[in-house]
Design a protein. Structure first.
Length: 403
């Protein structure tokens, strides 16, 4: 059976923690519009070529309306950040979505991120101190990768970082593919909803200098602001996105750079490469998770294939980022690659709102690690690193390091 006739299991199985499945290159070359079976058992269409993924993510006909009756379910349990009821509360498109982005995006500008850099560096220094004090080997994910983004996003939202373990559990449940059952997911969503409801109510009584307080101060929809439920769900979404993806990426970034010692040595010799190195690890991340699903409201054509209305498309940015027709020596890590037009943060109206925050956190972590722990190395062979399984986000279970 040719690759064009196969219905592949998705996510595509892969034991390697940092390397892509060989099937990606085969699909880009022979079957860029592939049939896949999701964890729910439903079928969808997978895109792996750069131009196709870029076009679909920017096309308003491909929507986030994954709660449509004929949309494919990602997980057998349903719900979650892609297709649950709460996923539909933030406006999906048009002027309403742009209005939401303008209100929230003021907190994620490059200028604001530059102002946050010194505080981020101080947090990184303190966390590294604690990790060194505990002794080697240490787990870079637990000691640095997870807590740093949590501290930052909690401060921006005005919620206590001391609750970070609870946030992590709630986030995992809402990012579920195969790890949790329906009862666990519903309980986690209810607990998270009640928790954030309490914080929004407290901000109304005692506002602070944080994003939630500013959204409340903007008034309701009739005054150009957001509704109460939109503010609440925005807080939940930012708490999930603001720590889960970056926490995982910190561990993957450092692992990729340490997997070949010459990369780390090059950065030690030339720290000015930190910015381009971060972009290159984002491009080469082969363990980024599910990708972005989209629902097609009308028939259209992609790479010569007619997709009927009601098709659910999965855009694999990670596979697209290794497209040889776009990136020279696409499978190789080039720490000075520039320009680097990777799709890791998406494109178009729904590109990642927090990409400036993620980039800044990754750069700061790398800068501080190079300065503080120049002898850093993986404490296990790369082959022993284990992938996070069963969630819509990709990551490593632990990142054992020594120094």
């Amino acid at each position: 059976m040719s690759v064009n006739e196969q219905v592949l299991s998705y996510p595509i199985p892969n034991d390697a923690a940092l390397e892509p499945p060989a099937k990606w290159a085969e699909l880009r070359g022979e079957c860029p519009v592939a049939h896949v079976k999701l964890p729910s058992g439903d079928q969808a269409t997978l895109l792996t070529r750069y131009e196709d993924v870029k076009r679909v993510l920017a096309d308003p006909r491909f929507t986030r309306q994954l709660n449509a009756p004929d949309a494919a379910r990602l997980s057998a349990e349903g719900g979650g950040v892609f297709s649950g009821e709460m996923a539909q509360i933030i406006p999906d498109g048009g002027e309403e979505h742009q209005h939401w982005r303008r209100l929230v995006g003021k907190w994620f500008t490059a200028k604001r991120m530059t102002a946050l850099r010194p505080a981020m560096a101080q947090i990184a220094e303190r966390l590294i101190d604690d990790m060194v004090e505990r002794g080697r080997p240490g787990d870079l994910k637990a000691g640095l990768g997870f807590p740093l983004p949590v501290y930052v996003i909690c401060d921006m939202l005005g919620v206590p970082a001391a609750d970070r373990d609870q946030f992590s559990y709630w986030s995992d449940a809402m990012l579920n593919l195969t790890r949790y059952g329906q009862a666990e997911i519903e309980a986690a969503q209810s607990e998270f909803f009640q928790y954030m409801s309490g914080h929004v109510a407290a901000k109304r009584t005692e506002p602070g200098e944080d994003l939630l307080s500013e959204l409340i101060a903007a008034g309701g929809p009739e005054e150009g602001g957001l509704s109460d439920i939109q503010i609440l769900v925005t807080g939940m979404a930012l708490l999930i996105a603001g720590h889960e993806t970056t926490a995982n990426m910190i561990g993957k970034m450092v692992s990729m750079l340490l997997a070949d010692r010459s990369r780390w040595e090059r950065l030690l010799a030339d720290p000015s490469l930190v910015r381009t190195a971060v972009e290159e690890t984002l491009r080469l991340d082969a363990n980024s998770g599910f990708g972005l699903p989209r629902y097609l409201r009308e028939e259209t054509e992609v790479s010569g294939t007619i997709l009927p209305r009601g098709t659910t498309v999965v855009c694999s940015m990670a596979a697209a980022n290794r497209d040889e027709s776009v990136f020279e020596a696409a499978a190789e890590m080039d720490l000075s690659r520039s320009p680097n037009s990777h799709l890791s943060f998406g494109v178009g109206a729904h590109s990642c709102l927090g990409q400036a925050l993620a980039r800044t956190e990754l750069q700061v972590v790398l800068e501080v690690l190079l300065r503080r722990l120049p002898s850093l190395e993986l404490a296990v062979p790369v082959e022993k690193l284990e992938r996070v399984e069963g969630l819509a986000v990709g990551g490593l279970r632990t990142v054992p390091v020594s120094w």
